[in-house]
Design a protein around this ligand. Structure first.
Ligand SMILES: Cc1cc2nc3c(=O)[nH]c(=O)nc-3n(C[C@H](O)[C@H](O)[C@H](O)COP(=O)(O)OP(=O)(O)OC[C@H]3O[C@@H](n4cnc5c(N)ncnc54)[C@H](O)[C@@H]3O)c2cc1C
Length: 383
């Protein structure tokens, strides 16, 4: 096994960390990417139809730039090595931890019975359930969590039901949240557009309620039971369990608080990127668990791991501009700029931006040559 740079996690951050590390290291150090599967799951699209198509095989890209791929579960860190699921030790000189995030199931009885779209496999299972419901008259789907993911999913369901041959217009959709407003994490900026889209789509919005129990046939609230044919959780993400291997301070999402160069405090050979890192964006804000931030964090972490190994100076992480683009289904989308989320575009124009982000900008460039791919890992990336 090479003792060079090891990256754990083949998501948006880990992939770009591997490319950036290889660009800097060239022949001077081996780079190995370890991940459960060779597929980069396009998680931001998992609310859409055809989830089985929403993955990219990273192996041809990694081969093109001479990055080794190890399909394995990383179990723990032991000194200067990653311990893999089969007990093997993968030594490293520098490590990038990019194990992403997961949606923890809420501590509610029956939560394990609900669907989720957190991973491609879960999204496929939910899609199979939708296909089965297409045969039923006026089925009812409850989405728990009226944040970014829950809104996008709820507003897509009529068309997805129709795509399965069902009566999309007859579908009943309920979007539940314990918060008193929809999209609480998005602030007031885009709220009018979100509320209008929800009304037009005839999604029943139930706010300020706590789910007490989930069953395969509905949910129980404090004072009523709502029957449904499928319940989907969209209740938010936390740093993945492997992050617990790293000592040090955490933020409320379980992310490791890193320094400006994305180093884990007290562990100079370890860099952290993506949804596992609580990193200052350079303007006093913390990076979000988003692709936009994960890809840039990955590039900086990979570059810094290689520079540090080669005795070169490291570079601080900076996020150039913060953009949010929320899909509103048939109402188009809403695009905002800045941390206060000022609305820039709505409707079809914003939808075109959303599609460009989701179908192009976040995808690994599968047709790029070796040189193009390496060049795309340079920071800063402004788009
Ligand atoms: C439904 C949904 C909708 C979203 N919508 C948007 C959106 O519209 N816009 C946006 O910007 N972001 C969105 N996000 C968030 C975005 O997907 C994440 O911020 C992004 O995936 C983070 O990238 P990452 O590389 O840090 O982690 P991930 O993409 O989670 O990748 C982590 C990788 O590490 C692997 N891994 C984890 N632990 C181990 C281990 N112990 N051993 C081996 N491998 C391991 C995982 O299998 C995975 O391949 C959405 C997420 C979801 C779930």
């Amino acid at each position: 096994m090479p003792e060079g740079i090891v990256i754990i996690g083949g998501g948006f951050a880990g992939f770009w960390a591997a490319v950036a590390a290889k660009r800097v290291a060239g022949d001077r150090a081996d780079v190995t990417l370890v991940s459960r599967t060779p597929t980069l799951e396009i998680r931001p699209r998992l609310y859409e139809a055809n989830p089985e198509t929403l993955g990219v095989d990273l192996r041809p890209l990694l081969e093109r730039i001479d990055v080794a791929f190890e399909q394995a579960e990383a179990k723990s860190l032991d000194g200067g090595a990653v311990v893999l699921g089969d007990g093997r030790r993968l030594p490293f000189a520098r490590l990038v931890l990019a194990t992403g995030s997961v949606m923890p199931r809420p501590p509610v009885p029956g939560a394990e019975l609900a669907h989720s779209i957190d991973t491609q496999a879960e999204a496929i299972t939910f899609d199979e359930r939708l296909a089965a419901l297409a045969k039923k008259r006026a089925p009812h789907v409850i989405v728990i969590g009226a944040g970014f993911t829950g809104i996008e999913l709820a507003l897509e369901l009529r068309d997805r039901m129709a795509a399965h041959g069902g009566d999309g217009e007859a579908l009943q959709i309920t979007l539940l949240d314990r918060a008193n407003e929809v999209g609480p994490e998005l602030g007031p900026g885009p709220r009018d557009q979100i509320e209008a889209a929800i009304r037009e789509a005839r999604v029943q919005l139930v706010l300020g309620v706590t789910v007490r129990e989930i069953g395969s046939d509905g949910v129980r609230l404090a004072s009523e039971r709502i029957e449904a044919d499928a319940v989907v959780l969209a209740t938010g993400m936390r740093a993945a369990p492997f992050t617990e291997q790293v000592p040090g301070a955490r933020d409320g999402l379980g992310r490791v608080v890193v320094d400006r160069d994305l180093r884990a405090p007290g562990m100079p050979v370890l860099f952290i990127a993506g949804d596992a890192a609580a990193a200052d964006t350079g303007d006093g804000h913390l990076a979000l668990q988003s692709c936009q931030h994960a890809m840039q964090l990955g590039r900086v972490a990979g570059e810094n791991a290689a520079r540090d190994l080669l005795g070169e100076s490291t570079t601080p992480y900076v996020q150039q501009r913060y953009v949010t683009c929320l899909d509103l289904g048939r109402a188009g989308a809403v695009l905002t700029y800045g941390w206060d989320r000022q609305v820039q575009q709505t409707g079809a124009a914003a939808k075109a931006v959303k599609q460009r982000i989701n179908r192009k900008l976040i995808y690994p460039p599968v047709d790029a040559t070796r040189e193009e791919l390496l060049a795309l890992s340079r920071v800063p990336v402004t788009e």
